[in-house]
Design a protein around this ligand. Structure first.
Ligand code: SF4
Length: 74
């Protein structure tokens, strides 16, 4: 479901100066993303669409700037 998934501005926004890892890009605000933190403080974004659609990586390479599955989290 969902047709219009394309973001209008890819990669826009202020650069987050987080030391926890690279800026996640779209995954940072996608409803399908789940943040996984390791004991060492690293942070990964798990794409839950990967469970049902193998076009998506379980752990997408960040930053994700364009993604056909992106849906803004509410
Ligand atoms: S659907 Fe795309 S933007 Fe959303 S979590 Fe998966 S890889 Fe990231």
């Amino acid at each position: 479901m969902g047709g219009a998934g394309a973001p209008d501005s890819a990669g826009g926004g202020a650069s987050a100066g987080s030391a926890a890892g690279p800026a996640p890009g779209l995954c940072g605000r996608c409803r399908h993303a789940r943040v996984v933190k390791t004991r060492r403080g690293s942070r990964f974004y798990l794409c839950r669409l990967s469970e049902t659609d193998d076009r998506f990586s379980r752990y997408p390479r960040l930053p994700v700037l364009r993604c056909p599955g992106f849906q803004e989290a509410s």
